[in-house]
Ligand binder design. Sequence first.
Ligand SMILES: NC(=O)c1ccc[n+]([C@@H]2O[C@H](COP(=O)([O-])OP(=O)(O)OC[C@H]3O[C@@H](n4cnc5c(N)ncnc54)[C@H](O)[C@@H]3O)[C@@H](O)[C@H]2O)c1
Length: 328
Amino acid sequence: MKIVITGGTGFLGLRLARQILAHGVATAPSGKKEPVDEMVLFDVVVPDKRPEGLDDRVKIVAGEIADEKAVSALIDRPDIGVYHLASVVSGGAEQDFSLALRVNLHGHLHLLEAIRKLGSKPRYLFSSSVAAYGGTAMPKRVTDQTKQTPQTTYGMTKAVGELLVNDYTRKGFIDGRTAKLPGVIIRPGKPNKAASSFISAVVREPLNGVDYVLPVPLDLDMPVAGYRTVVSALEALFELDGAKLGDDRGVNLPNLDVKVSDMIAALKRVAGDRKLGKIDVQPDPFVMSIVSGWPAHLDAGRGESFGLPKDKSLDDVIRAYMEDYLGK
Ligand SMILES: NC(=O)c1ccc[n+]([C@@H]2O[C@H](COP(=O)([O-])OP(=O)(O)OC[C@H]3O[C@@H](n4cnc5c(N)ncnc54)[C@H](O)[C@@H]3O)[C@@H](O)[C@H]2O)c1
């Protein structure tokens, strides 16, 4: 079968691609696990150098998800499975409303429509976000049953995407599922335009010996999960029997319930005698205007009941990052 990952050269897309390739099989529309003989990573940004760990089953296709023709060309065989990860992220969507609609709504519809025309009802995984919750009536701890009244354009596009996945599934066009992601840590490299990028930078920059200006207060609560665990959860949710999900295909991913100060304490524990960069706390009004509207705690009881993986501790997550990216 063929696997398509949109946003496939992004942080999670590439790691997911390597993991699926390593497993070598995925559940096809037939309901049987089939060997993955073709994989397409579709992304508007294609790195100059082919990323490591991709074998000759993988084709990297440069393209824009808002380009209907480019998207339908990806959906060219019935035995397919799709992970839709391409997205304008939170800060970017708040700064450019038209772009957010074009990419996150119209792009998503192009993909779903191409699959509907295919007629084989493939498995389809959409990555939503904790940012789909929001509003003054939102409880501090949100659950899979909490009403979604997002207060950002990014969150709105994710909430709409979840409803699309539910309805395309109800109509029998796809076998869809939505993973609602907490903040994923620790993103390597440079910060992206996500308003949540501090959750990675607060660990990554000091570990690299770089001083860091933290744009949120230390006592901010934030549900987080390590990228290894999130990638495994995405694959596990794709592989889950759709009948277990029923008519609501959205699932909160298991996460750790932490404050920013807990992350800094874990960093100090794990770093040992490594010299860390200093952290200076200076809340930033733009970041706070977005982040303060997100839920403090994300209940993932439903995802846990499906056996989706959960991190054991922040210390383990930081150790994994050091192993993967710092060679420690
Ligand atoms: N990382 C997190 O903390 C987090 C949290 C919640 C939700 N998510 C969601 O998970 C998914 C993956 O996130 P990530 O951390 O890998 O982000 P990322 O920014 O690294 O990856 C997203 C990819 O989408 C691509 N993309 C953007 N616009 C596109 C377009 N118009 N056409 C084609 N490709 C386009 C980008 O180039 C990028 O490679 C996204 O949908 C994101 O909203 C991530």
